[in-house]
Design a protein around this ligand. Sequence first.
Ligand code: AVI
Length: 308
Amino acid sequence: MIESFCMQYVELVQGLYQKPARISPKFFYDAKGSALFEDITRLQAYYPTRTEQSILAANAPEIARAVGANRTVIELGAGNCQKAIVLCESIHPAYFLAVDISEEFLHDAVATMRLSFPNMEIQAIAADLTSDIVLPPSLPTARRLVFYPGSSIGNFDPSQALALLSRMRGLLADDGALLIGVDLVKSETVLNAAYDDDEGVTAAFNLNVLDHVNRLIGSDFDTRQWQHRAFFNAEQSRVEMHLEARADLLVRWHDGSRRFSEGERIHTENSYKYRVEDFVDLLGRAGLTRTQVWTDEQAWFAVVLARP
Ligand code: AVI
C-alpha cells in the first residue's frame, strides 16, 4: 500500500517536471472522476459508449455463438460492469472477474452483478493495467475470455497498447479469447465534439484530475486557473486532452514546485483512433488473430474477437 503510494508520488512528480508536463489518464478515476466519466458516457456528443452497446446488442446471438458458453470472463477496466451485464446475459459464463483501478467503484458494480447473476461465481480485484495483472489463484485457466470494452485500449500509446495486448494474451490458454472494443478514425468534427462537449462534462472530468493530484501529492493546483483543451491530432491519429494555464502561475507540492506560463499545458490524455486493419496488425504482433469484427452502420466503432 505504502509502496504503491510512493510509486504514484514519484510518477506524478516526474510527470509534472517534464516539458510539457504530463499526468497519466489513470489518475482521472477517483470516485468523482469515475462518476463524471459515467456522465460522459451518457452525453449525446460522446458516441463511443452507446455505439459499442448497440453493436453488442445487435449482434448478441452471433457473438454468443462465436464465444461459446461456460467461459471465465475477465473484464478489464470493468467500471460499472454495465457492458458485462449485457454480455453475460447472452454468453452465460461460469465465472466473472471484474478488474478495475478504482476500488471504490468496483465494490458497487460487483454488488449489482451479483444481483443480476446469483448463480455465477463473481470476484473483483483492483489493479493498474499498466503493470502486471495478477489474477486470483482460484480463477480457472481454461476457457478464459478477456473482455476489454469501451476502447480503453485507445488510451495507451501504440507501444504500451502492444505491451498490454501481449499481457492479455499471456492470461489466455489456447482455448482463450479476447473481445475488445476499438474506436475508429472518423470526422474531426465528431471527434472534437465528443471530447469537448457543450455541457462542459468532459472539461469537469479533465479538471478533476488536479484535485485528485492535490490529494495524492499535497499540491496546490487551483482548478479555476486551468482550462480544458481537447482536439484531434490527425498525424498521430489521436484525440489529445490537455489542461492549459489561464495565467502565469506557480504550483507547489510537498518537496517541489513548478512554474507554468500562461498558455502552457499539461498533457492529460491521448485517445487513439484506429483503422480496423491497423488494429488487427497490432493484435497480430501481440500473438492474437482476429476471428471476427462487428461494427455499426457508420463504421465509427468496432468490436473485435481475437484468439491466440
Ligand atoms: C476511458 N476512455 C476510453 C475514454 C476515451 O474516450 O478515451 C476516456 C475519456 N476521455 C474523455 N472522454 C472520455
